[in-house]
Design a protein around this ligand. Structure first.
Ligand code: C2E
Ligand code: CA
Ligand code: CA
Ligand code: CA
Length: 275
């Protein structure tokens, strides 16, 4: 049946209402989630393509909601950023990740995502230093992943923060490379150790000459700037083969493992702590 314009609009409004209510409900629940211990960290390995060894585990946060079950970060990180709750949540993530990693084999790093909003909170550097010290973790075993958004806003302040952390020994990775709008010039101002090539360039890698050319160019650029590369979202053997040809350093994706609780990895089992 054909719907009148007015009818369609009423339905649209209803859906907006539901979306707004949904968001408000999640926001209210989010305020208590940290106190209730509802967050957990899952981990996904980063694999050195040459050696096949796991070099790091990326921490990916999940919200174990009492009624909804597992809520994924794309559904709550934005709300946490808008409400400022990301500062407290981000601090918990850093402390918990460092704590867990301190019990892992000493050649394994932990990679932690930093939100641009978190970067604006005062005391971030102090929080990270104290998390490392409390865990007794070598600073070089913590790798922070930031996106290009961090480079666009408050870039002077952010450059200073990242240099401070880098001088302390913490490693810095540029996440989702190639999806933002910033210029290449920032690669000189920021102390990056690693560039993570976004999944969109990896998906069509085996068939698309353009994707091959982009991955090759990024790998060469990174290499000549003294940085390594990690390809994200590697799902197929054919993609891995192509990454090897293009000289990419590491690969990460479902081909190796989905993000899991740490006790699911033989490498990390028996470290006496769960997620
Ligand atoms: P990201 O940092 O780019 O993380 C990679 C995302 O890709 C993860 O989704 C991961 O599960 C997914 N992924 C990994 N390998 C594959 C693959 O082979 N194929 C496909 N299709 N996907 C793959 P997830 O865990 O849902 O996280 C989504 C985003 O949420 C992250 O993107 C990151 O931006 C954010 N996020 C996750 N954890 C945290 C956190 O602790 N703090 C902050 N600030 N953001 C986080
Ligand atoms: Ca990441
Ligand atoms: Ca990424
Ligand atoms: Ca992403």
């Amino acid at each position: 049946a054909k719907e009148g314009g007015r009818n369609r609009f009423a339905r649209f409004e209803r859906q907006m209402d539901i979306a707004a209510r949904e968001r408000r409900d999640l926001e209210m629940d989010l305020r208590n989630a940290l106190q209730n211990g509802e967050f957990e960290l899952h981990f996904q390995p980063l694999i050195n393509i040459e050696t096949g060894q796991t070099t790091s585990f990326e921490a990916l946060v999940r919200w174990n909601h009492p009624e909804r079950g597992i809520v994924m970060p794309d559904d709550f990180i934005g709300i946490a950023e808008d409400t400022g709750l990301i500062t407290e949540l981000g601090e918990w993530i850093i402390r918990h990740a460092c704590h867990l990693a301190s019990n892992w084999p000493s050649h394994m790093r932990v990679s932690v995502n930093l939100s641009p909003v978190q970067m604006r909170s005062t005391g971030l550097v102090a929080t990270i230093f104290s998390a490392i010290a409390n865990a007794g973790l070598d600073p070089s075993r913590l790798e922070l992943e930031i996106t290009e958004n961090v480079l666009l806003h408050d870039s002077e302040a952010n450059i200073a923060i990242l240099h401070q952390l880098h001088e302390f020994g913490v490693r810095i990775a540029l996440d989702d490379f190639g999806t933002g709008y910033s210029s290449l010039n920032y690669l000189r101002s920021f102390p990056f150790d690693k560039i993570k090539i976004d999944r969109c360039f990896v998906t069509d890698l085996a068939d698309s000459e353009d994707c091959k050319a982009i991955v090759r160019a990024v790998t060469e650029l990174a290499g000549s700037l003294g940085m390594t590369t990690t390809a994200e979202g590697v799902e197929l053997e054919s993609q891995l083969e192509e990454l090897k040809v293009q000289g990419c350093t590491e690969a990460q994706g479902f081909l190796f493992s989905r993000p899991e609780r740490p006790d699911q990895f033989t490498d990390l089992r028996g470290t006496g702590l769960d997620a």
